[in-house]
Design a protein around this ligand. Structure first.
Ligand code: ADP
Length: 310
């Protein structure tokens, strides 16, 4: 089967991670114990997830004309991601996440969206090669809502499947939901949108109805180590998580969304795509970090074979 084409429209950030004995109080200077820099942002993480899982991946994003922008763009190229619609903004700096992690693993995060906040539909104007023949579009909510709406519209014109990872939570205009083929939310996002507290699969089914009533075709609620729930108009299915030795859940959701989108773009039924996505999420939990933990196609397929054989 020739590789499918996935367009990801979203954010890219440079994560600046400072390790410290305790989190600084207001006005306090703390002597750190370490520092790391890593490429991140939900959009970039999910683009990397799709590329590693074998899709021809186009990433639409806006980076600053600064050294972080250079590093972020270079990283996308290194992953084999098509950067035709990566725009460099000469007025705004690249998005940055300032992350403090203390000795107990607690964190404090400030995201400065920078150029991500100016990603606009004009950024893909005249770049027809980005959308032509796209099988699926994958979006998150770290970019302007108008850009999300325009991308959904453009993808639909192309006949592409649309997957919205509605994270982080922000209020959305009503008309968005009917443009979404599959909406993916975690427990907290599900509750923020619907007002239904979600802890168990049953709650996810109740919350899922909120999205369906607004016109979304299918809803997936992810429940961490409890797996994920697929909610459709007349039915629902619980897909239990794979038991793994989880060391860091960072980017589990990004691995999950990328994997779900790639399998659906390949025209796999939802009932096949969900276990595949659960496997990618589980594998991401077994390794430290965001992008370094995202699995390859080979890894997910080997894992699934081992788990379904036993
Ligand atoms: P998010 O990172 O967006 O909060 P979740 O924590 O719900 O998303 O994780 C996404 C998916 O990753 C889950 O639906 C599950 O398939 C997988 N996953 C997450 N945590 C674990 C875990 N501890 N063990 C196995 N799989 C996990």
């Amino acid at each position: 089967m020739p590789p499918v084409k996935v367009v990801v429209v979203g954010s890219a950030n440079m994560d600046l991670i400072g390790l410290c004995p305790h989190l600084p109080a207001p006005g306090e200077t703390v002597l750190g114990t370490g520092f790391e820099m890593a490429c991140g942002g939900k959009g970039a993480n999910q683009a990397v997830a799709c590329a590693r899982l074998g899709a021809v991946t186009f990433f639409v994003c806006r980076l600053g004309k600064d050294s972080f922008g250079d590093l972020l763009e270079e990283n996308l190229r290194k992953e084999g991601i098509r950067t035709d619609a990566v725009v460099r903004d000469s007025e705004m700096p690249s998005g940055v996440a300032l992350i403090f992690v203390d000795s107990k693993g607690q964190n404090q995060i400030l995201v400065a969206p920078g150029s991500n906040g100016r990603l606009s539909p004009s950024d893909w104007q005249g770049k027809e090669e980005v959308w032509k023949g796209a099988d699926a579009l994958l979006l998150q909510l770290e970019i302007p809502v108008e850009t999300v709406a325009a991308a959904l519209h453009r993808a639909r014109e192309e006949g592409a499947l649309t997957v919205l990872n509605a994270a982080p939570f922000r209020p959305l205009p009503q008309h968005i939901w009917s443009q979404v083929s599959v909406c993916v939310v975690n427990e907290k996002e599900a509750e923020a949108f619907t007002g239904v507290p979600v802890a168990e699969p049953n709650d996810a089914v109740t919350a899922g109805q909120w999205f369906l009533a607004r016109g979304t075709d299918a809803v997936v609620v992810t429940l961490g180590e409890k797996g994920s729930v697929l909610v459709l108009k007349d039915s629902y299915t619980v897909f239990p998580a794979f038991a793994v030795n989880a060391v860091d859940a960072t980017a589990a959701g990004d691995a999950f969304c990328g994997a779900l989108t790639v399998r659906l773009a390949e025209k796999a039924p939802l009932t096949d795509a969900l276990p595949f996505a659960n496997a990618a999420g589980a594998l991401a939990c077994t390794r430290l970090g965001a992008q370094p933990s995202l699995p390859t196609r080979q890894e997910v397929e080997t894992f699934l074979k081992e788990r379904t054989a036993s």
